[in-house]
Design a protein. Structure first.
Length: 122
């Protein structure tokens, strides 16, 4: 299974801010002065590198809690070799998963638009 996770798609700036806030709380990351997807990826990649080296069990727990697809992480690790880009790829995967969760929550939080026959709804 080949995955293409090279860049973040064009998303609303509110998703960037919400993701930065989530990363700050979940990974104790500072919010970068210049907020961008690349900056978030780089910060998280450095944090993941330290976490994997120091506390691999905590890393696995976080992946489980975040609900990152295990197979996607395995694919990245299997293809890694000596590639230091592996941390960036996992960071991107985590960020993409969080954005998916934000979008899903947002879609369920909005009430349906009122229609002309709202009074006749059950």
């Amino acid at each position: 299974m080949e995955q293409t996770i090279n860049t973040m798609p064009a998303l609303s700036p509110s998703y960037l801010g919400a993701t930065a806030t989530w990363l700050k709380h979940s990974f104790e990351l500072p919010t970068p002065a210049s907020l961008s997807w690349d900056n978030l990826e780089n910060l998280l990649a450095r944090k993941l590198e330290a976490l994997i080296s120091e506390d691999f069990h905590q890393f696995i727990f976080l992946l489980y809690r975040i609900d990152v697809p295990e197979q996607a992480v395995r694919d990245i690790l299997d293809d890694a070799g000596d590639n230091v880009n592996v941390y960036t790829q996992i960071a991107r995967l985590i960020i993409r998963r969080q954005v998916q969760k934000i979008i899903t929550r947002e879609s369920f939080a909005q009430p349906p638009a009122a229609g002309p026959d709202d009074e006749e709804r059950w």
